[in-house]
Design a protein around this ligand. Sequence first.
Ligand SMILES: Cc1cc2nc3c(=O)[nH]c(=O)nc-3n(C[C@H](O)[C@H](O)[C@H](O)COP(=O)(O)O)c2cc1C
Ligand SMILES: Nc1ncnc2c1ncn2[C@@H]1O[C@H](COP(=O)(O)OP(=O)(O)OP(=O)(O)O)[C@@H](O)[C@H]1O
Length: 306
Amino acid sequence: MQYITDIQSYQGKKRTAVTLGKFDGMHRGHQKLLAKIKEHTDENCESVVFTFDMGRECLMTNEERKTKLTGQADWLITCPFTEELRTMKAETFIQEILVKKLHAEYIAVGADFHFGYGTQGDVKMLAEFASEYGYKLDVIEKEKYKGKVISSTYIKEALSQGAIELANTLLGYRYGMTGVVEHGKQLGRTLGFPTMNVAPEKEKILPRFGVYACRIKVDGTWYEGIGNVGVKPTVSDEQKRLTEVFAFAYNADAYGKQTEIEFYTFERPETTFSSLEELKKHVEQDISYGKAYFRDALSDCAGSSK
Ligand SMILES: Cc1cc2nc3c(=O)[nH]c(=O)nc-3n(C[C@H](O)[C@H](O)[C@H](O)COP(=O)(O)O)c2cc1C
Ligand SMILES: Nc1ncnc2c1ncn2[C@@H]1O[C@H](COP(=O)(O)OP(=O)(O)OP(=O)(O)O)[C@@H](O)[C@H]1O
């Protein structure tokens, strides 16, 4: 997949099948659009995911979207939502970007897709220009879950409530974060639970602060664990957002290593404990909870394969 952040550097020569939007999270609705453009690709036609980088807090960083789409699309174009793009008339966007630049022969969007200055461009306008510019337009019915339309906004709401299983269902994969293991106060090991401290990107949305059964990938291997998302108010007043994971079966030095974390289930909210002893007692319970969670999850899998 070719990744560019500036439409002027697009060098594609073939016709394209394009989908457009913010694509924050690449949730199940977004994946439906991706499947549609992939259906239309062949030796003469490449798939293009065109996203707008709004520069706001997000479910997925640009780098994470790039990783997720690698092998799934021929081009990922992530355009910063500049003044030029914001004030571009919808007709100009169709003519200059979709037609002249991308040579679009197929466009797939959801029914509520809007674009162009004042968001005046919509599926009606895209349909009106279709025969003139020789592209086919597919307006995709919104993917729903239990009758409710899946959207990035819905997933953000679920995460803010700690409803991680719901968020994972709407996404179609497990929500997580990536980052490098940093040095903490090294208190954890003295308390009996060494943790990997991983700071999220500034714009990355974290689930509700609290304790989660999670997995962490270090050096290519996934480890089960229990982690705290938050600012650890018992031991720090820095307000620095971190995910701290105690991986049950990891006992090497992970400082400086790139990791990936996936959240499975919410156990309890982050708490300001009155002492380190109280904290230790609760973390011991959290560890038992996490181990039981993964043990039960594994035995459920074994049961279902019978
Ligand atoms: C499972 C787990 C649960 C935690 N829960 C809390 C909590 O509720 N409140 C809190 O202030 N810190 C919590 N922490 C963070 C600990 O305070 C922190 O890991 C410990 O002080 C070690 O910090 P260090 O890595 O800077 O040495 C939790 C950590 C883990 C691994
Ligand atoms: N549930 C869905 N099913 C199918 N297509 C969708 C769905 N949600 C969004 N789309 C389409 O995917 C593209 C990108 O959507 P976008 O990321 O802007 O929407 P969203 O997920 O609804 O986000 P937000 O909640 O921020 O409005 C658009 O063409 C949009 O219409």
